[in-house]
Design a protein around this ligand. Structure first.
Ligand code: GDP
Ligand code: MG
Length: 184
């Protein structure tokens, strides 16, 4: 478990959140939007695991979200178990303009469920909502898959910075609620 209580003045939490999904769906850009409010127009897949930490305040408590990026490992479907270890939240990302990336979210979920406890807070994320004119996956399809699988659902645009903070915040809030009720 990645949540830690600390004595003294207040409590401090550290939540490990993994971002998974097919190559080029926008995972790295969602991460850089969340952590640095940046969009990288020439992002290329780099190999090796990386994470970024962002501090969020919830109920007056400091929550550190440590968000992990597959950083290219997903290209070879070789995301290691170390990547998933200790995760308490997950964003499963697809690209709304590429149906196959949506269909593959089931495989990503299966992999997540093999490595992680079922209590992990999971959000299905349909990214690139700015590309409405070439959409291949409807909002309804996203919603109904999320309902079937018991996931939160949101559409985002890392490019236009739409709903990115909200996606992470919903997951962080869900984890926080579980931890503070000692469910995780
Ligand atoms: P990753 O392989 O899943 O980490 O995907 P990247 O973050 O590297 O993005 C892959 C490509 O999609 C890049 O060319 C990005 O510029 C582009 N991209 C990422 N997010 C968006 C978005 O929200 N809208 C649009 N139009 N392009 C995006
Ligand atoms: Mg990437």
């Amino acid at each position: 478990m990645a949540a830690e209580g600390e004595g003294g003045g207040g409590e401090e939490y550290l939540f490990k959140i993994v971002v998974i999904g097919d190559s080029a769906v926008g995972k790295s850009n969602l991460l850089s939007r969340f952590a640095r409010d940046e969009f990288d127009h020439n992002s290329k897949a780099t190999i090796g695991v990386e994470f970024q930490t962002q501090v969020v305040e919830l109920d007056g408590k400091e929550v550190k979200a440590q968000v992990w990026d597959t950083a290219g490992q997903e290209r070879f479907r070789a995301v290691t178990s170390a990547y998933y270890r200790g995760a308490v939240g997950a964003l499963i990302v697809y690209d709304i303009t590429r149906k196959a990336t949506f269909e593959n979210t089931k495989r990503w979920l299966e992999e997540l469920n093999i490595h992680c406890d079922t209590a992990v807070a999971k959000m299905l994320v349909g990214n690139k909502s700015d590309l409405e004119e070439i959409r291949e996956v409807s909002v309804e399809e996203g919603k109904s898959l999320a309902e079937e699988e018991g996931l939160f659902f949101i559409e985002t645009s890392a490019l236009e910075s739409t709903n990115v903070m909200k996606a992470f915040e919903i997951v962080i809030r869900a984890i926080y609620d579980k931890v503070s009720r000692k469910i995780l």
